[in-house]
Design a binder for this molecule. Structure first.
Ligand SMILES: Cc1cc2nc3c(=O)[nH]c(=O)nc-3n(C[C@H](O)[C@H](O)[C@H](O)COP(=O)(O)O)c2cc1C
Length: 394
């Protein structure tokens, strides 16, 4: 067992040392489709992506943010699987993507490929873990790092009864010391950043101070420097997980205040953010913005993010090109086996034509069980032809 001082020495350099997101990594060079073998050389690291917090006020050269979590897509169970992340990555090159929450035990004792596999070109991508047992979490974090994830995130915000039964998720906000033990064990096991996602409070506790104490404790006892804060409480007594994303009031000012009081931390705000204007406004106060439901239901909202928030002048993806990629991806995935069906892929694309004429036809065709049963990606092209004909660029 290392002393705390030795652990701190060991951990600190890891903050800027993350696997390269932009260049093809060693792991990928040998594999055509999947990153499904543990990386041999996870220590081949570059300074990109950079985990160093950026001061919002120093925002005169926006492309300094490439490689940071300035924009991220939230972890969403059943939604942000690798097929959704493939789609998102075709739309935005730089946005940080999060996996669904995966229980540490499922990784340690289950089919690792099933839980950890991701697509080439998907990075920067973070693995979110659920759990509260330091050894289990450390083991799962190590597996995630070996698969090539760029970050391991600990879920301290999920309010579901199932998660509460396992004594993790949002109820961990009442146990800062245990969270510190978990984060330390995880960070000792990997060389990529270990981060935390949490709420602003639990149940009807509405004061700012317990939130500051939680963050302050973790800051003092761990090397964690990235805090993703869903700006509403989790009410553990009676609201469903879905209600818990809408009913408790948003208090963005608490998250801004965290950034003011802990300027050395990377503070990322989350909850109810849907437009680029809102994102830009939040970025005046915090280091990053995480968006969940809007990025899922209206993926093309991400189309402008690279230009607006990362200073990347590359032309945004065209609908027709995106549809072509989605078609090719579907065919490849279905042929590759592993039980992937067309429905697994296109269910994440139903909102892709949001705002266009015939968006409803697109949605209907791609969710029609009869049409999907042939498992033929050409359905995507057929649905697209309907949309293309009905819009002015056709
Ligand atoms: C379907 C769904 C599943 C979610 N699953 C997770 C999860 O696995 N881990 C997590 O930390 N948050 C989860 N969340 C919460 C989101 O990460 C995010 O905090 C929340 O949706 C608020 O952001 P938004 O208003 O931008 O959607 C989930 C949200 C949704 C809608």
């Amino acid at each position: 067992m290392k002393s705390r001082a030795a652990r701190a020495l060991f951990r600190r350099p890891a903050l800027n040392r993350v696997q390269c997101a932009s260049a093809p990594c060693t792991i990928f060079r040998h594999h055509k489709k999947w990153c499904h073998h543990p990386a041999k050389n996870t220590k081949t690291v570059h300074n990109m992506p950079n985990n160093t917090p950026q001061k919002p006020s120093e925002n005169n050269q926006v492309n300094q943010f490439i490689g940071t979590r300035r924009l991220s897509v939230a972890p969403m169970l059943d939604w942000t699987d690798r097929h959704y992340r493939y789609l998102a990555r075709q739309i935005t090159r730089h946005t940080w993507l999060y996996s669904e929450m995966v229980n540490a035990g499922a990784i340690n004792y289950g089919d690792k490929d099933r839980f950890l596999m991701f697509n080439e070109g998907e990075q920067p991508v973070a693995l979110q873990l659920g759990g509260s047992e330091p050894t289990e979490l450390a083991q799962a974090a190590k597996a995630g790092a070996a698969y090539g994830y760029n970050e391991i995130n600990l879920n301290c915000g999920c309010p579901s009864p199932r998660v509460q039964k396992g004594a993790f998720g949002a109820c961990l906000m009442n146990e800062a010391d245990l969270v510190a033990d978990c984060l330390n064990a995880m960070q000792d096991a990997v060389q990529i950043p270990v981060t935390v996602k949490h709420r602003i409070g639990i149940d009807r506790q509405t004061d700012y101070q317990p939130l500051a104490d939680f963050v302050g404790t973790l800051r003092g006892k761990t090397a964690c420097r990235t805090f993703i804060v869903h700006a509403r409480n989790a009410w553990l007594d009676g609201l469903s997980p879905k209600e818990n994303r809408d009913v408790p009031p948003l208090k963005y000012e608490y998250v801004y205040r965290l950034k003011q009081e802990f300027p050395d931390l990377e503070i990322i705000i989350n909850g109810g953010i849907t437009t680029n204007e809102q994102t830009a406004a939040h970025l005046q106060h915090v280091d990053g913005v995480m968006i969940g439901r809007e990025a899922y239901h209206n993926p093309m909202v991400m189309r402008e993010w690279d230009r607006l928030f990362y200073g990347d002048d590359a032309a945004p993806v065209e609908y027709a090109d995106l549809v072509g990629k989605l078609y090719a991806y579907s065919q490849a995935q279905i042929q590759a086996g592993r039980g992937t069906t067309l429905r697994h892929i296109v269910r994440h694309s139903l909102g892709l034509m949001h705002g266009l004429n015939k968006a409803r036809v697109w949605r209907r065709m791609l969710s029609d069980a009869n049409l999907l049963k042939d498992n033929d990606g050409s359905l995507i092209l057929e649905a697209w032809r309907e949309v293309e004909r009905a819009n002015s660029w056709a």
